[in-house]
Design a binder for this molecule. Structure first.
Ligand SMILES: [Zn+2]
Length: 73
């Protein structure tokens, strides 16, 4: 005989857990180990952004456009 009033021990208890977060970098489901990111790669990217924004390290300079010449005349 089985007792229907007893809860099923085989039932997972993750449904009540908080909703899965998404990696703010790529949008993939975040990993517990790298929360809130999905991997160390994305975590590093975010960290890099922080540094570049805080210290403004002149690492790359390929986004510079030369001024337009030949206007007067
Ligand atoms: Zn990611």
């Amino acid at each position: 005989m089985t007792d229907p009033s007893k809860p099923d021990p085989a039932k997972p208890d993750t449904a009540k857990s908080a909703p899965p977060r998404r990696c703010p970098i790529c949008g993939k489901p975040a990993e517990v180990r790298w929360r809130p990111f999905c991997s160390r790669r994305c975590a590093d990217i975010d960290l890099n952004r922080w540094f570049t924004g805080a210290y403004a390290v002149p690492a790359v300079e390929d986004d510079e456009t030369p001024p337009e010449e030949g206007g007067e005349g």
